[in-house]
Design a protein around this ligand. Structure first.
Ligand code: ADE
Length: 239
């Protein structure tokens, strides 16, 4: 998969995308992250990419020209079509479902805003969708783009060493993850639940599911309300 990031701060994306699982996915050739700076498409001596909002108001907006040229240049880099995603607090909330959808694509273009945002006509005509990573305002889309790259990159086939760990992720089945334990069995902080050392895989699976359901019920009842529970899940919640 190839992810192009259009950003005034390419060094930010470069520093994030080279680390950990995403860095390894790039080394293994499973993911390619490239950046494109709209400032390189500015036409004046000052390399201006912003302008005052018509009608007044605080701050500056990113202007159409450099963004349009950056998007066109990135789109034409390969023959495959690519969805253009603008990161903004006005977007639809990023979910694991959306991450899985992005991860299945060959290409993705992430557009990062700075200042007070971008000229609305860019969003109307050049952007396919807007995505937010939460109900708070960041000073630019780069952190949000890094979140998308990480979440999407780790899902590329072969990126994770243990293929099962993506299947066990929180949210993959619509619920939170169960608790996990490792050595030592006994510690001043507490003991590992005995069932996990019983070797009874059917019981362990059931215990984990019950924990995941219980946690979701306590911490994120909104998640539970959205998933359709099978008979076992209903029985586990009633226990
Ligand atoms: N840019 C600024 N704030 C943002 C947010 N919450 N999500 C995505 N992009 C943003």
């Amino acid at each position: 998969m190839r992810i192009d990031v259009i950003t005034l701060f390419p060094e930010f994306i470069d520093s994030c995308a080279g680390i950990g699982v995403v860095g390894r996915a790039q080394e293994r050739g499973l993911l390619q992250v490239t950046t494109c700076n709209p400032r390189d498409f500015a036409t004046d001596n000052h390399r201006t990419v912003d302008g005052r909002p018509f009608g007044g108001g605080p701050g500056m907006l990113m202007t159409i020209g450099p963004l349009r040229d950056a998007i066109e240049s990135v789109k034409s880099a390969t023959a495959q079509s690519a969805r253009v995603v603008y990161l903004s607090p006005q977007g639809a909330r990023l979910t694991q479902e959306k991450v899985l959808e992005f991860a299945r694509m060959d290409r993705l273009i992430l557009l990062c805003g700075r200042y007070e945002g971008v000229d609305e006509r860019v969003l109307e005509k050049l952007v396919d969708e807007e995505v937010s990573i939460g109900d708070y305002v960041l000073s630019g889309g780069e952190l949000a783009a890094a979140v998308v790259i990480d979440a999407v990159g780790r899902l590329q086939d072969g990126a994770l060493n243990d293929a099962q760990s993506a299947e066990q992720d929180s949210f993959t089945d619509g619920l939170l993850d169960c608790p996990h334990y490792t050595r030592p069995v006994s510690d001043a902080l507490g003991d590992v639940p005995e069932i996990l050392m019983s070797g009874d895989h059917a019981m362990i699976r059931r215990w984990r599911r019950k924990q995941a359901l219980g946690r979701s019920w306590l911490r994120r009842p909104d998640l539970l309300a959205r998933v359709s529970l099978d008979d076992e899940a209903r029985a586990l919640l009633d226990e």
